[in-house]
Design a protein around this ligand. Structure first.
Ligand SMILES: [Zn+2]
Length: 314
């Protein structure tokens, strides 16, 4: 018999599908903010998978990925297990078109949170106490921030339990070994023994078709490989990148690159240039290593030290 799923005192029985709210939060206007969780359950025992997006309110590709999955019909035809889909964790930041919470905090640095803390801390606490204990694994959807456009990639810690295996099941174009960040959802969930993959694709406040399609297909592949759905899908072979490095601006000015994100580059190859606005100074940027461009800064006016091109190495 599959285990009981209870969220915010609402029971979702095997075979049931329900939209529930994780908790209720009151905003200054007495407006009630609810964080919806769409629960889909098969009658048969199987993995409980969390799909969550909108941790950063301006990262909308993940929200669209989960919306398409909710519309697609696969979630309501599970052969086994359960899906908990949370399209927008950070509702208030989504409404504000903002990465961060109204008090300036980054929700993804509020974990594990506390019941009596700030709004971010309370949301983190509810995620850790209402959601995490009931799941077996999760995928948390993000995009690059501050005009960084990421090529679709799964970030996880290769040495940790099942991370790489699950990342391969998802099958995004790149899989990166990325250390945990203190106070992040991924770290705190891992401390409870629940692997959470972070999917990074596209940039904030901009729909990116490739990012969305790869995200939807990755979720369907993961579900298929976990035996939760029947579907014919290409296996989505991934390149495994063990290390990454940033190419940073050595001078301030205007940044240009002719390289496409996702492309292969050779060590010392010219991959971009920075010039002053007056046509007097110009420097070239060279690839620090042979590898792949996994992210590009789309901001044309940059300051020295800014991160410009993210390179991943096999
Ligand atoms: Zn994010």
């Amino acid at each position: 018999m599959p285990k009981q799923i209870v969220i915010n005192k609402q029971i979702i029985k095997p075979g049931e599908s329900k939209e529930v709210n994780m908790n209720v939060y009151r905003l200054p206007t007495r407006t009630i903010m609810e964080i919806p969780v769409h629960v889909f359950r098969s009658v048969h025992e199987g993995p409980v998978v969390l799909l969550s997006a909108g941790m950063h309110g301006d990262e909308i590709n993940g929200i669209e990925i989960i919306r398409q999955l909710l519309r697609g019909g696969h979630l309501s035809r599970l052969k086994k297990g359960s899906i908990l889909a949370m399209p927008i964790i950070n509702i208030i930041s989504f409404l504000n078109h903002s990465r961060d919470l109204p008090d300036g905090k980054d929700l993804n640095r509020c974990f594990p949170g506390s019941q009596s803390g700030s709004l971010g801390s309370r949301i983190a606490y509810d995620m850790m106490n209402e959601i995490v204990p009931q799941i077996d694994l999760g995928v948390d959807f993000h995009t690059g921030g501050a005009r960084i456009n990421n090529y679709p990639q799964i970030r996880c810690v290769f040495k940790d339990n099942r991370n790489l295996e699950l990342a391969k099941m998802f099958g995004s174009p790149f899989i990166l070994n990325a250390d945990y960040r203190e106070k992040s959802f991924r770290l705190e969930a891992s401390r409870k023994g629940k692997p959470v993959l972070v999917y990074e694709a596209g940039e904030s406040m901009r729909f990116n078709e490739k990012a969305i399609t790869e995200g939807v297909n990755g979720c369907l592949r993961l579900m298929k490989n976990l035996g939760m759905i029947d579907l014919e899908l290409d296996p989505g072979p991934s390149l495994i990148l063990n290390d990454t490095t940033w190419v940073r601006a050595d001078i301030s000015g205007m940044f240009r690159t002719t390289k496409k994100y996702g492309s292969h580059i050779k060590k010392n190859e010219v991959i971009g240039s920075i010039s002053d606005p007056y046509g007097e100074i110009e420097t070239t940027l060279k690839a620090p290593e042979t590898g792949y461009i996994i992210g590009i800064n789309n901001k044309p006016v940059i300051n020295e030290g800014d991160a410009l091109i993210h390179v991943g190495m096999e």
